[in-house]
Design a protein around this ligand. Structure first.
Ligand code: SAH
Length: 249
């Protein structure tokens, strides 16, 4: 069942009631896979009360210390936000978000990220996302309760997963998609090389890495393509080391 590949990730949730209400909203829509990143208060009686019978979703929830652990095997990550940011991430409406998740789930784990009640998702957390989805709401009061946002998006996923609904491209690609863990390694390597060759000034990085991450996330490279990029970076480093040694002589 592909819905089990759709992971609902709550990032640093503060209210256990919202965790319970999320579990209930998920189970109502046939979703089972919940992941909590650094929850402030969990397990908790409040969460179990609000789960109202969806205790199995709470019990099987994966509790992670970091977003890295929550996303490592995911090849598609979609973030949620009540508002648009300065650098925009590619935006989706709830229906297209659900279709992408259902299509992606046929190839492996995918994640839908929800932010903390007060702060929402931080930019560094949105950097992990291929897309950002916003539930359209009143212009001056657009921030929904966390579990209500989960409910609306879970409902769209449920609808998109119904037989006969076309979820668009479930393209068959030869190679396995790169996971979030693979992509994070690429970004670290790229940043290191850009500093070594003097393209990125660590004292004044501006938005360079964010822009590059958006570019590569948009391209959604597969595992082989990623290995080529990593190979190029290693070759640049080797050449750079040689030049350094020559100039030191
Ligand atoms: N002050 C925060 C709001 C956080 S609400 C902000 O402006 O971002 C907590 C979480 O609920 C958000 O991080 C997001 O995951 C979800 N959420 C709330 N309103 C939403 C909306 N209109 N569309 C999509 N997600 C929403």
């Amino acid at each position: 069942m592909t819905l089990s590949n759709i992971r609902i990730v709550l990032v640093r949730p503060t209210h256990p009631g919202n965790i319970g209400a999320t579990a209930r909203a998920m189970k109502n829509m046939s979703l089972q896979s919940l992941c909590l990143v650094a929850p402030e208060d969990f397990p908790s009686a409040d969460a179990t009360d609000r789960a109202a019978g969806a205790d199995d979703v709470l019990k099987s929830a994966m509790v992670c210390g970091s977003l890295d652990d929550a996303l490592k095997d995911c090849h598609l990550v979609i973030g949620t936000s009540a508002r648009l940011r300065r650098i925009e991430w590619p935006a989706l409406d709830p229906e297209s978000c659900a279709r992408r998740l259902v299509a992606g789930a046929q190839r492996g784990p995918v994640a839908l990220l929800f932010g903390q009640e007060r702060t929402g998702l931080l930019n560094a957390e949105l950097d992990r996302c291929h897309f950002v989805v916003t539930v359209p709401a009143d212009r001056d009061f657009s921030s929904l309760n966390l579990a209500c946002a989960v409910q609306i998006l879970a409902y769209e996923i449920y609808r998109a997963a119904q037989p006969g609904v076309s979820v668009g491209s479930t393209e068959v690609r030869e190679n396995r998609p790169a996971s979030d863990e693979d992509m994070q390694r690429l970004y670290q390597h790229l940043e290191e090389v850009l500093q070594q060759i003097g393209f990125l000034d660590p004292a004044n990085p501006r938005l360079l890495m964010r822009r590059l991450m958006r570019l590569f996330n948009r391209a959604a490279p597969d595992h082989n393509e990623l290995n080529i990029l990593r190979g190029i970076l290693t070759a640049v480093q080797q050449r750079n080391d040689k030049l350094d040694k020559k100039t030191q002589k």
